[in-house]
Ligand binder design. Sequence first.
Ligand code: NAD
Length: 450
Amino acid sequence: MNIPQLVNTQRAYYHKDLTRPFDFRKEQLLKLKKMIQQNETDIIQALKADLNKSEFESYTSEIGFLYAEINLILKELKTWMKPTKVKTPTSHLGSKSYIYKEPYGVSLIIAPWNYPFHLALAPVIGAIAGGNTIILKPSELTPSISNLLNRLISKTFDQEYFAVVEGAVEESQELIEQQVDLIFFTGSVPVGKIVMEKASQNLTPILLELGGKSPVIVDEKANLDLAAKRIVWGKYTNAGQTCIAPDYLYVHRNVKPELLSKMKQYIKEMYSETPLLNEEYTHIVNHRHFKRLTPYLSEGEIVIGGGIDEENKIIEPTILDHITWEDSVMQEEIFGPILPVLTYDDIDEVISQVRSNEKPLAFYYFSEDQQNQEYVLNHIPFGGGCINDTLFHVANPYLPFGGVGHSGIGKYHGKASFDAFTNAKSIVKQTTKFDFSFRYPNTKNGLTII
Ligand code: NAD
């Protein structure tokens, strides 16, 4: 595909102003929803081929989310698109102030492989709602989904409005060199930095949805049974290949044995005694990532798991105890089904340790004590998270989703997606009925009636 030509074609299409009206945006959102509905079986099959995702996980974490997001936006979009009237100070007497919601123009969306369908289309919903044209680059590491997205989108939409560019680093690099009007990137921190550097050359507005090491902390006053169940679910869903998965566990010394014992029990319940043979358990995306993860299994002490199947790229849900910050498993985002455990006696140690790292994308804290909850919430910076749960904040479309600093720049989902893909244009509408002469230099009279 000729990428510069695609950008020019989309820009020319954007300048026809066809993407702006509410009816057009609504029609595209409905088309997108129908496209997903009519192809659920193919989507589930492609996710199985790329990641061995189960039908249950495919529906709950890839497809269902998109319907909820489209439905909410369809319901609210007309209101969001209207210019918003805001207050005007008395110094501006006679005028009125508004915020107009303007599309950016040509938007470029670059997607990762871990939720390859969801994370490609969730920002697309925002881009359509905002009235932009769209160039989508899915991840090359999940070729079945990339291919399916290309096939379905090119059948459903005109390329001059919404096009898919398949490819790897080379194509992605060519895309980020183009002068587009907005870049929405989801992926790793190092690639995020490359994309931001390129965007800076054209001063292109950019959103970065990145990753990092997200902690889960279990206080001695936690409901341990629920904590164990919800941590196991949040960590091992998608075999830990979730940007907001708990990366490591910090547990109070007094409750550690009980928590770990309950977590072992839930791992067995959710993934069976033999996860390597479990047809429903997600595989590691490729051999490079498999080989990146397996050395971690020799660190600390294995509480449960540790088994691998190299041929099929499977790693058992694993808990590693007696880990320290010096271990290599604590140096990078794990992005796999391995959970290192650190022990604490005083929450202030944890806070100072977490604050000395980059600001995480997600944060989870389990405690029945509300004062403790507020204390950690007010002392640890992070993108978003839960008290007494994991992952759940991502599925509430009323909560803006995104990171802070190294875990990302900008938020989306629901209204935040509309805002992310919209330029808030501030307007003062001034009166011509009178004029205050004192605002001009060298004028003696106060008010001039016209
Ligand atoms: P990645 O950065 O390797 O790739 C993401 C996309 O960038 C892909 O489409 C890829 O083709 C492209 N790309 C790769 N190298 C590039 C380069 N040099 N120049 C331009 N484009 C390039 O990320 P990934 O491995 O696909 O995803 C995993 C990472 O993404 C993890 O760090 C995870 O935490 C993060 N993530 C974040 C979120 C979020 O919402 N914040 C969601 C999912 C994943």
